[in-house]
Design a protein around this ligand. Sequence first.
Ligand code: CP
Length: 307
Amino acid sequence: MSKLSVDHLLGVKFLKHDDINLIFDTADHFKKVINRPIKKVPSLRDITIANLFFENSTRTKLSFELAQKRLSADVINFSSGQSSLNKGETLIDTVNNILSMKVDMIVLRHPKAGAAKFLSNHVDAKIINAGDGAHEHPTQALLDSYSIREKFGEVKGKKVVIVGDILHSRVALSNIFALQTQGAEVMVCGPRTLIPKYIHKLGVKVESNLRNALEWCDVANMLRVQNERMDISYFPSTREYSLQYGITKDLLDSLNKEITIMHPGPINRGVEITSEVADSNQSIILNQVENGVAVRMAVIYLLASKI
Ligand code: CP
């Protein structure tokens, strides 16, 4: 397989196992490129990409921009705060105006679930979903799986627990799809109030005791509590949450085995993860960030080949 089966990257839900393998094999090549003294290839000199971020971002925005520049694409950046959206322009009008400046691809982060899919139905450009509300964050899940593959050799057969605020997380849903497609076993762990009631229908195990979850898994992917998406309290206090669902060095050391710790970022040190764990040898958090550039280069390159 040399081409993706999809024309846009809207969600991991739409990817086949062969698509993921192709993205990872292509990312292997680009990872070598970005570790060379000259970290750039001329592959996309004729492509222009617009990064449209309607929500805050550090990692995803910079990682996409770097990936595009490493591929020699022309890049323009748009933040909603300084745009004419404040004057009443619609998303479709905004994007069509940008596309009329001869832009080929849109990377979209948006607070509303389904925004990337909606856009793909209404504009003539390749769309990459960089996170849509609490729905999907496909490149995050791809870089997470790529990092597991790098650490263990393969994703198949691995036991991965996703811990924390599953209810408000786009990272969780995309990871569930990505991991299951590759043959991993997936568990979610957190307070019952932060676990969607339908989640078992996705074929994941559900656990509310963190120690039990950690005893079961090879990898724990720790999620941040997304206070910005909450309009009510889902647990008594941050301290209470941290005591029940925060991972500490003492807890890790008390397990019968060594597990790998992941986190999509941003980290809330001392809440879901202590500094000792985040900065430990068991953590691959910064490897995830490094791999994000190679994986995003692969996604952009493969979609651009379909223009
Ligand atoms: N992991 C992630 O999406 O981080 P940002 O919100 O900083 O992009």
